[in-house]
Design a protein around this ligand. Structure first.
Ligand SMILES: Cc1cc2nc3c(=O)[nH]c(=O)nc-3n(C[C@H](O)[C@H](O)[C@H](O)COP(=O)(O)OP(=O)(O)OC[C@H]3O[C@@H](n4cnc5c(N)ncnc54)[C@H](O)[C@@H]3O)c2cc1C
Ligand code: FES
Length: 394
């Protein structure tokens, strides 16, 4: 399903107009509300995007083409943007890795993998329609190619972790086509491989690009049989061998791996394997990682800690909740019905930052214990180790 994009008010003109009106007492929010009434894409502060195309990539992955306004900064390849949706009165924000579409100016694409029980991915799959408007935030993140681009790059993707690499491949092909690029792409099966046809075609047209599709593991037993999509019928079927990421596999398929800048994005097991291999080789600094999910706390669900959260910038003032030790503080607060500021849920954007005034937490990214002395912690990657007193920084 496709919709023709609407024309966009030049961003600079809209921003100038907003600044000028601010002097006359019109707030940025009021400006946005007024121009947003004409078209949401003219907003310059609270950004929105319109879904202009939606297509299935695999039985569990869908691509949304979003038309963005002129005020939306184009993402650097590999960055993420935060999409906000309100479901049953509760605001949810999730990060997705966009790619620019040179053939569709003013549009970007995100590809969303359905997560079982996942609130936002299920909504974007089942309920989001062409013509709908989504809240979006300016792209962010440093999972990007260095400048200048090195002569060779190794990309290791698993499942939906291919999305930042689709953006990087597009960028490399356009701006540095001589770069030797190797992509190892693990998927449960060929039918689960997102954008497989595009990747195969790209490897046929671009001689510096080596595409190595690999089967990571068997699909789970309750995976539905694949519908015969156009992609499944027409895509050439490269040879696929069931493999896991090991030093031996790298030696065999990407022999220059230890001398190449590498990027890895995918499930926790793949990332852990990559981290271990690069650390053992003493070249951990040559590996860049991006996780889509935060590590899970290892505490027991029946261990609960009392949390007092002061929110100076909110009318609610102070809120209390209980945090079971098997949940992050963000998840525990949300489970208790609180609407807490957040963005990536992954320790990247700092929008959930709080000051730890009293008590102890575990930082799930570093594994370190933090004892409260007013340090900033991120609720999405922290688990309570004791009763806590927190102060929200946002
Ligand atoms: C920087 C960044 C970029 C991202 N880019 C993309 C992208 O391009 N495409 C994409 O599909 N997703 C991407 N994600 C993941 C995305 O932000 C959401 O986490 C995902 O869509 C699930 O959200 P949900 O609301 O459906 O699930 P939730 O309601 O938050 O979670 C429901 C359940 O699913 C599990 N779960 C959630 N996410 C995952 C996951 N990724 N793998 C395994 N289990 C999971 C949770 O543990 C939970 O049990 C990215 C995340 C980050 C941090
Ligand atoms: S939500 Fe982004 S750092 Fe916590």
């Amino acid at each position: 399903m496709t919709e023709t994009p609407a024309p966009s008010l030049p961003a600079a003109a809209a921003q100038r107009l907003s600044r000028w009106l601010t002097h006359l007492g019109v707030s940025p929010a009021a400006f946005d509300d007024t121009v947003g009434w004409l078209t949401p894409l003219w907003r310059v502060h609270h950004l929105q995007a319109r879904i202009v195309d939606k297509r299935a990539e695999t039985p569990t992955a869908v691509t949304l083409v979003l038309q963005v306004g002129g005020a939306f900064p184009l993402p650097r390849a590999g960055q993420h943007l935060v999409v906000g949706v309100t479901l049953q009165g509760v605001r949810h924000r999730r990060a997705y890795s966009p790619r620019v579409l040179p053939q569709r100016p003013g549009c970007i694409a995100i590809t969303v993998q359905r997560q079982r029980g996942g609130r936002v991915s299920t909504h974007l799959h089942d309920a989001a329609r062409v013509g709908d408007v989504l809240d979006v935030e300016a792209p962010a993140g440093d999972f990007v190619l260095p400048q200048p681009v090195p002569p060779a790059v190794l990309l290791i993707a698993g499942g939906s972790g291919i999305t930042p690499f689709m953006a990087m491949l597009g960028e490399l092909r356009r701006r540095a086509p001589a770069t030797q690029v190797t992509l190892l792409y693990f998927a449960r099966s060929e039918r689960d491989r997102i954008l497989a046809r595009e990747l195969t075609e790209l490897s046929q047209r671009w001689t510096s690009f080596t595409y190595l599709p690999l089967e990571g593991s068997a699909p789970p037993p309750d995976t539905p049989p694949p519908p015969r999509t156009e992609a499944a019928v027409t895509a050439p079927r490269p040879h696929i061998a069931p493999r896991r990421l090991t030093t031996a596999l790298l030696q065999e398929r990407a022999p220059h791996w230890a001398r190449t800048l590498a990027f890895c994005c995918g499930p926790a097991t793949l990332m852990a394997a990559a981290r271990g291999i690069w650390a053992e080789a003493g070249i951990a600094r040559q590996l860049r990682l991006e996780a889509f999910t935060a590590p899970e706390p290892s505490g027991r669900p029946d261990t609960r800690h009392h949390v007092t959260l002061r929110r100076p910038s909110q009318p609610v003032g102070t809120q209390d909740f209980h945090a079971p030790a098997h949940l992050t503080l963000l998840a525990a607060g949300e489970q208790a019905g609180l609407q807490l500021p957040h963005g990536c849920r992954q320790g990247i954007c700092h929008q959930c930052s709080c000051r730890l005034q009293r008590g102890s937490v575990q930082d799930l990214l570093s594994g370190q214990r933090v004892d409260g002395q007013g340090q900033a912690i991120r609720l999405c990657v922290s688990a309570a180790l004791s009763d806590l007193a927190l102060e929200s920084l946002n």
